[in-house]
Design a binder for this molecule. Structure first.
Ligand code: IMP
Ligand code: MG
Length: 194
């Protein structure tokens, strides 16, 4: 789709199948949790999904449409890769977190777990709101050394330590609309010596 794409790591078909599996797994776990409370997936005010903008946008939209759960969505923005950089500059919240998470089952969704800074930060601030439960779902888990130790409850794919784009992930704001997970040609990333 873009001439700057070098290689595909995860195809559209693989993503579609795996997102379906994750949706079923997450729904089953939430069902068990709500069962234990004597409630159901259709009761109001129990489940909040928090996609981390902007990278989680496409993953989250595909995931939640496969889950027949009464859920509300609250977006949160975290910034850590400003401009033409492929290394994390440290995560900070770029928007307010929803206030009313107390007693609710929260599922945080992100595109990729890399240094761990983003999800460690979100985990901390969500935990301060005293949710009934907190789960983390990521499409990709980059096999790299974490700056902060975070374990995701749901992982789509483990990938090697490479900078990837597509299916929501960007380089310098672009390629989010590429439908598969791909690696850019080195000359498309100025900071990588192209
Ligand atoms: P962390 O805070 O280093 O774990 O990085 C998490 C965030 O950095 C993700 O939400 C992504 O937005 C971004 N990120 C990390 N690795 C990549 C990548 O390979 N491509 C594009 N974005 C990435
Ligand atoms: Mg992100």
């Amino acid at each position: 789709m873009f001439p700057e794409i070098d290689r595909v790591l995860v195809s559209e078909a693989q993503i579609r199948q795996r997102v379906g599996e994750l949706a079923r797994e997450i729904a089953a776990d939430l069902r068990a949790e709500l069962d234990a409370e004597g409630q159901t997936l259709h009761d109001e005010d129990r489940v909040v999904f928090i996609p981390i903008m902007t990278g989680a946008m496409i993953f989250a939209s595909d995931l939640i449409r496969q889950m027949p759960i009464k859920l509300s969505l609250d977006l949160v923005a975290v910034s850590s890769y400003p401009g033409e950089t492929v290394t994390s500059k440290g995560a900070h919240l770029a928007s307010d977190l929803p206030a009313d998470l107390g007693g609710k089952h929260v599922v945080v969704i992100d595109d990729i777990l890399d240094s761990g800074r983003t999800l460690a930060l979100i985990k901390r601030v969500v935990a301060e709101r005293a949710p009934a439960s907190l789960r983390i779902a990521v499409l990709l888990d980059k096999q790299t050394e974490r700056a902060e130790e975070v374990v995701a409850d749901y992982v789509g794919f483990e990938i090697p330590d490479e900078f990837v784009v597509g299916y929501g992930l960007d380089y310098n704001g672009y390629y989010r609309n590429h439908p598969e997970i791909a690696v850019l040609r080195p000359d498309a990333i100025p900071s990588r010596g192209g």
